[in-house]
Design a protein around this ligand. Structure first.
Ligand SMILES: [Zn+2]
Ligand SMILES: [Zn+2]
Length: 113
């Protein structure tokens, strides 16, 4: 299984019901919400208000590559990323170059991109 369930539920950052990301702790979620909202406003988005932070009912899932076992991580911080569900993790990882459950390195090696 390329997915691992996190030991604890995250704090989720939601904008009008859409999941934007999550924080492992309250402080991190607040920081992330501020960042994301700032980006939206800077991009000219009209929102109904700042993102809201809610406690996840179920723990998030982390994903690792089905070929090499590398975790899906933040390219900047190196921290493991996660999605609210397997489907969310898969679609969120696309922006980092993942194809399904295969990491960018393996995608490049296999000439899949
Ligand atoms: Zn999470
Ligand atoms: Zn890989």
């Amino acid at each position: 299984m390329p997915f691992a369930i996190r030991p604890q539920p995250c704090w989720l950052v939601l904008q009008e019901g859409d999941w934007l990301g999550c924080g492992r702790c309250w402080g991190r979620a607040v920081w992330l919400a501020a960042q994301l909202w700032g980006e939206e406003l800077a991009a000219g988005a009209v929102t109904e208000g700042p993102p809201v932070i809610v406690r996840a009912e179920t723990p998030c899932v982390e994903m690792c590559c089905v070929r090499c076992g590398a975790w899906w991580v933040d390219p900047v911080s190196g921290l493991r990323l996660h999605g609210v569900s397997e489907g969310e993790a898969r679609s969120a990882a696309v922006v980092d170059g993942w194809v399904g459950e295969v990491c960018p390195e393996c995608v490049a090696a296999a000439g899949m991109s």
